[in-house]
Design a protein around this ligand. Sequence first.
Ligand code: ADP
Ligand code: MG
Length: 421
Amino acid sequence: MSFKSLGLSESLLKAVSKKGYETPSSIQTKAIPPILEGKDVLASAQTGTGKTASFTLPLLHVLSENPKQKYRNIRALILAPTRELAAQVHNNVKEYSEFLGLRSTVIFGGVNQKPQIRTIRQGVDILIATPGRLIDLENQGVLSLKYVEIFVLDEADRMLDMGFIRDIERVMKLMPSKRQNLMFSATFSKDIKKLAYSILNNPEQVEVTPENTAVEIIDQKVHRVAKNKKTGLIIKLISEGSWKQVLVFTRTKHGANRLTKKMISAGITAAAIHGNKSQGARTKALAGFKKGDIRVLVATDIAARGIDIPLLPHVINFELPNVSEDYVHRIGRTGRAGASGQAISLVSADEISYLRGIEKLIGMSIDLEIIEGFEPDPNASTEPIKPGQNRNKSTSRNNKSKKSSRNKNSNRNRNRNRKKN
Ligand code: ADP
Ligand code: MG
């Protein structure tokens, strides 16, 4: 299979080969033909499988084939959940449209709107946007979506996770009803199908199921460790292994900040990226990491979603995600393009049930190793902390009891409470 045989124009083929792609990925092979035919498409494939080009290439083809309008209107709208993703999609659009006469721009919140307004006023064919800023500028009368021919919802699952459903519904009302709709997602849940049903007309459904081989080629390991020894362990692993480019996942923004500070104090160059960081800070951190100036990038799932860092040698889960699929996305950052990578998870007692869920999903058990000096806490409860549940509170009643029986008692109390409910 070649890009040429998919029916893309010469200008696009030239851009693709300039980018260095030799053959289309599976999702590209499956999604590009129906999009070129003008069909609505619902596509799902794991992170890192090349979904951006799957919609960008045929979108550019369709726009450049169709006659230009007298005035430059927004003919294609691509919605992305985060600033980074929107910026990345725009970079791709710019690269692929190099040999076409199409103009594009990207808008997102958190930065001054004036330069964005100026560019839009000059006329763009393709707009890439996060929902908030888009609605904001539309309200101000800066842009109109009345001439949109193709609408793309990228990372649809993240859009839902981040609570953008209302915004998506609002945006849809601003576009003409006759248009081509494309929806891309890393996962394929019931909610995604429901959303697809409300956006897409008679869609072609293309899916690339996560290949186990992809998970299998990644060298995965679990270190069981006491919660309070995780920071020490991660610093030891990174320093003693002389690891250069490490992506670390934490569950919370605060956790990311805390860990970053501790790494820096330990002499490891590190930066955090998450939703509370300014756009400038995030771009700088990412650029530094790609260049190799920053050894460790600490990220939350949402911030890391879709960030394009090819061939990452090490991914560390400082905490396991509570959604098993996120584990697959996280470790999918390593071992890309056939290169092998290493994914390490630091697992404390309260995360054991997450670990079981992950092993069930990937259909294999992950090798376990305990590092001397960083053993698991023998007294810790193996119950996961549920959202909204304050662990300290639930055990405080037993604080007076001897340490060794504390765990048993708290479990008993919890069970009793459960029965009451
Ligand atoms: P996704 O949106 O599925 O997470 P991306 O579109 O961000 O994936 O692509 C992931 C990486 O794969 C990028 O670095 C991209 O340049 C690269 N890539 C995409 N398509 C191809 C291809 N056909 N051949 C080689 N690399 C590709
Ligand atoms: Mg993507």
